[in-house]
Design a protein around this ligand. Structure first.
Ligand code: UD1
Length: 358
């Protein structure tokens, strides 16, 4: 068969790598073309991930770069269309919920190539989030919807998507994490930063609702307070770095770093006492690893992580950060049972579905 995998951002690589590997293994004579849209392009946001995940060099680089939503989406569409016509895929994989996902699903649908959406059916029910719009459109245009949690079934049924398109296969991001576990457990990233395993707060923040306005300054002030009680390690996303623009001075206990590679980041995540984030994927990774996660948002499209007991929604409210050290003292730690089918084998189930229909 002829497969085309369209990736563009850091989390896309993590979600798609095991699917490419599983299908290459099961269909070695098939065509497995990788398209990198270039939505993320810094070495530490892109190449490092492909290398660490063992993803082959992309066959097509669209180099769209940064821009407004309309421009980024339009550039992916314009540059992907001739690639689709040249490759003539039997199936186009689009992962997650970023602008590249939306653009690729739309272009494939218009050129009449079938689409498979990895991580379908998540809903925050908040259409002010760009990702929510991307998810809804990608799902409606996909022939195969691969679900990572059972709650996605209800979301999709409510939007009228027929059951025969839904496949609850589990979480491919957890496949990647499980496959890398030996390597990241041995990486010792906390020691390299001079923080004690189990005793620091790991922070990631990059959502526009938080970092593109005054809440970012309030958040940094709260983190400085927490840092007096427990060290804070904060690898700063380029969007956030731009908004901080020198305002975030290093101070005792507050370690701001450049974006990290995936092994190094997972090493910190596994050793963190707790995590503060507005990311989607990190809510899942902490759930699998049994690390307390505090999510600085009003909602989550991943309520399964709240039911699992690892994730707490703080609201989009920097003042809530102050309560984290006390909340940690009160809660039991340790590894929980992961949600159903977060078992390291989701990509194999995707390959089963795809090849059964071939
Ligand atoms: C994008 C996704 C978001 C996802 C996140 C993961 C959309 C709408 N957003 O957000 O859902 O959670 O990726 O990281 O698709 N930049 C660089 N170098 C890079 C990439 C970005 O400097 O390699 C800077 C640029 O200034 C750019 C800004 O970061 O304007 C934002 O990048 P963009 O890809 O538009 O959105 P993200 O915030 O990364």
């Amino acid at each position: 068969m002829r497969f085309l995998y369209v990736v563009g951002t850091r989390p896309n690589f993590v979600k798609t790598a095991p699917v490419i590997a599983a299908l290459r293994e099961r269909d070695p004579g098939g065509r497995h073309a990788i398209v990198h849209t270039g939505q993320h392009y810094d070495r530490m946001m892109s190449e490092v991930f492909l290398e660490e995940l063992g993803v082959p060099a992309p066959d097509h680089m669209l180099e769209v770069g940064s821009g407004s939503h309309a421009r980024q989406t339009a550039l992916v569409m314009e540059r992907l269309e001739p690639v689709l016509l040249e490759e003539e895929p039997d199936l186009v994989f689009v992962p997650g919920d970023v602008n590249s996902t939306l653009a690729a699903a739309l272009t494939a649908a218009k050129t009449l190539f079938p689409v498979a959406h990895i991580e379908a059916g998540l809903r925050s029910f908040d259409r002010t989030m760009p990702e929510e719009v991307n998810r809804v459109i990608a799902d409606v245009l996909s022939q195969l919807l691969f679900l990572h949690s059972d709650e996605a079934v209800e979301n999709l049924r409510a939007e009228g998507i027929p059951d025969e398109r839904l496949h609850f296969v589990g979480n491919t991001m957890i496949d990647t994490l499980a496959a890398l576990e030996e390597r990241f457990r041995a990486a010792g990233a906390a020691a390299q930063l001079g923080v004690e395993p189990g005793a620091f707060l790991l922070v990631t923040l990059h959502r526009p609702a938080l970092v593109d306005g005054p809440l970012l300054g309030e958040t940094m002030a709260q983190l400085a307070e927490v840092a007096a009680e427990m060290p804070v390690v904060f690898p700063v996303h380029p969007r956030t770095r731009k908004m901080l623009a020198g305002a975030a001075a290093e101070q005792p206990g507050l370690h701001l770093t450049e974006p990290l590679g995936y092994i190094e980041f997972l090493s910190l995540l596994a050793d963190a006492g707790a995590v503060l984030t507005d990311s989607g994927g990190i809510q899942e990774e902490t759930t699998y690893l049994g690390i307390p996660c505090f999510t600085l948002r009003d909602n989550t499209e991943r309520p399964v992580t709240i039911r699992a007991g690892t994730n707490t929604l703080l609201g989009l409210d920097p003042a809530a950060i102050a309560a984290i050290p006390a909340a940690l003292a009160d809660r039991p730690s340790g590894r929980h049972d992961p949600p159903p089918l977060w078992d390291g084998h989701a990509a194999e189930r995707i390959a089963d579905v795809v090849l059964a229909g071939a």
